[in-house]
Design a protein around this ligand. Sequence first.
Ligand code: NAP
Length: 252
Amino acid sequence: VIELRGAPVARAIRDETAAAIAKLEWVPHLASVLDPAAEDAAAYSRQLGKACERAGLRFSEHAIDADAGVLIRRLNDDDDVTAVFLHEPASVDLRALVNPAKDPERPVPCTAQAVVELLRHYHIGLDGADVVIVGRSATVGRPLANLLLDMRPGPTVTICHTGTKSLRAHTMRAEVVVAAAGRPRLVDAVADGAVVVDVGTNVVDGQLAGDVDAAAVSRTCGALSPVPGGVGPVTVACLLRSVVRMARLAAE
Ligand code: NAP
């Protein structure tokens, strides 16, 4: 089984980003906004802080409180802030306040970009392929389907969700399966030679676990992305790339 490791993909994106940073006349600044009580968000924010430090970007962290709307508006209006990343969980109303020109998840959420970058890096042929995405969220499943549907000629895309009658019937016929459901070991049967991308980040017994039962699918699949070390690092690299793009657009 080929391991679709994120590290080399993230490295290539970081190199591209470093070259773009070198051309800027000032240092972009990412503001990370989160509910500090949300452990996942706090861990992700720490990871972003470290990634920014390594890349030479400025980083600041802001806790959501009763006046979260005031905070977002202040960051929107602050010319010193390039991008505002609002962590999950956050209300739809609060998310709508983030200035689109400062939202690094626009126009395409970074996780969806990361899955495509991973597939591209490992030369996974998508034209004419049958792709099954498990999960229809606005942040992962749907934008990923859109990116794939924008390709020409591109793959045939199926999205599964909790209303899907037989998930296995879909995962067992797909050439590429992307699991983004937030359910540990949900995907446990795939076709011979299938490419499996595991987006899931679940904490099980204090350990990070994906949405794929790696032991079960490894009996048949051709390639699998590990958790941790697969999509995650690529998502972070895509986020920093997005911040630098925003800085460039702001400069223009
Ligand atoms: P989400 O908003 O909770 O959406 C989950 C989706 O999976 C929903 O569409 C849901 O269907 C579907 N689903 C849940 N259980 C299912 C089941 N038993 N059978 C079929 N479909 C099922 O989650 P998300 O934000 O998209 O995130 C998905 C996973 O990716 C999570 O583990 C999250 O932590 C992870 N994630 C990872 C990264 C990364 O960089 N690696 C980034 C973002 C998220 P319904 O719509 O019918 O409810």
